[in-house]
Design a protein around this ligand. Structure first.
Ligand code: HEM
Length: 266
């Protein structure tokens, strides 16, 4: 992890930035209650907020911690201790399995909120622009450290494992990649066969070997299965890119197979 001095150099944090932040040291205290209400409203945008913030006890603890972070942000004088406290936020988020994307997106909200309130406090003045530029740098440093602590903790976990464990992890990764590759090829082939089958069913209906009603239902069932396979393929691609696989896609395939059977029997 970079030291606070290195971070200040990288983000071109100057004495002037520190003074700009300290000029609005009252901001955190004045707006913390309004901020936490709006922030929590915003968090409802995430589909699984309640997974991470399940009950009132955790929520009120989190609210207090965020208010503390918000108030401290405007005090300036960022030092090694401050850096450690932001790093810890990242560690806590990692421990609860919070996707870094949520923190990144939330920081966008925080930025917009401060922008709006500062504009109403200071108007569209050069002073507001200067202060805002410093606040933006402070938020960038915060986000950098929070997200980096995620990566560093994961890396530490990886490096802490012995040589053979690391080799095993690498091999399991390769095998898993092979499985994914096999699944994609199989699904694509089944999809292709299904397209040929649907064309064949159309042919059977056209030449009168399959009654129109039965043929229509059978084609509908096959298209449904094709649709489900295409869903599975997209899920698999998402998985290869590092996303979580939705179990809904598998339920969808099973449902499509049952519906097809029902259509054919009826
Ligand atoms: C700008 C974004 C965020 C900031 C600044 C922030 C800040 C914090 C802070 C200061 C803590 C306390 C760390 C400690 O104990 O030392 C914390 C913990 C936590 N955060 Fe966040 N957080 C953010 C985003 C989120 C989001 C988006 C979620 C969930 C949707 C979340 C869920 C949690 C939870 C569950 C804890 C642990 C609470 C506990 O059990 O005490 N945070 N966060």
């Amino acid at each position: 992890m970079e030291t606070i001095e290195e971070l200040k150099v990288h983000y071109r944090w100057s004495q002037e930035d520190d003074e700009n932040i300290k000029r609005i040291s009252w901001f955190g205290e004045k707006y913390k209650e309004d901020f936490i209400d709006k922030f929590y409203n915003y968090l409802e945008n995430f589909k699984d907020t309640s997974k991470y913030l399940p009950d009132e006890k955790v929520r009120s603890r989190h609210k207090e911690k965020i208010k503390g972070w918000f108030v401290r942000l405007f005090k300036g004088g960022y030092d090694a201790q401050y850096l450690r406290s932001i790093y810890r936020i990242g560690e806590v988020h990692l421990k609860i399995g919070l996707p870094p994307h949520y923190v990144q997106a939330s920081m966008g909200f925080v930025r917009e909120y401060i922008h709006e309130k500062l504009s109403s406090e200071l108007g569209c003045t050069p002073e507001r622009d200067q202060v805002l530029a410093s606040v933006n740098k402070a938020l960038d440093i915060n986000l950098d450290v929070m997200i980096n602590s995620f990566r560093e903790e994961e890396l530490k976990l990886y490096l802490a494992s012995g040589k053979y464990q690391r080799m095993m992890i690498e091999n399991i990764r390769r095998v898993s990649w092979l499985f994914d590759f096999f699944i994609i090829i199989t699904l694509s082939l089944v999809g292709l066969f299904l397209i040929v089958w649907i064309v064949y069913e159309f042919y059977m209906v056209l030449v009168g070997q399959l009654p129109l009603e039965r043929g229509g239902l059978s084609i509908l069932g096959s298209v449904l299965i094709l649709y489900a396979i295409s869903e599975l393929l997209s899920e698999e691609i998402k998985h290869i890119r590092g996303g979580a696989v939705s179990i809904k896609a598998f339920v969808g395939v099973a449902l499509a197979a049952v519906i097809r059977k029902v259509l054919i029997i009826s």
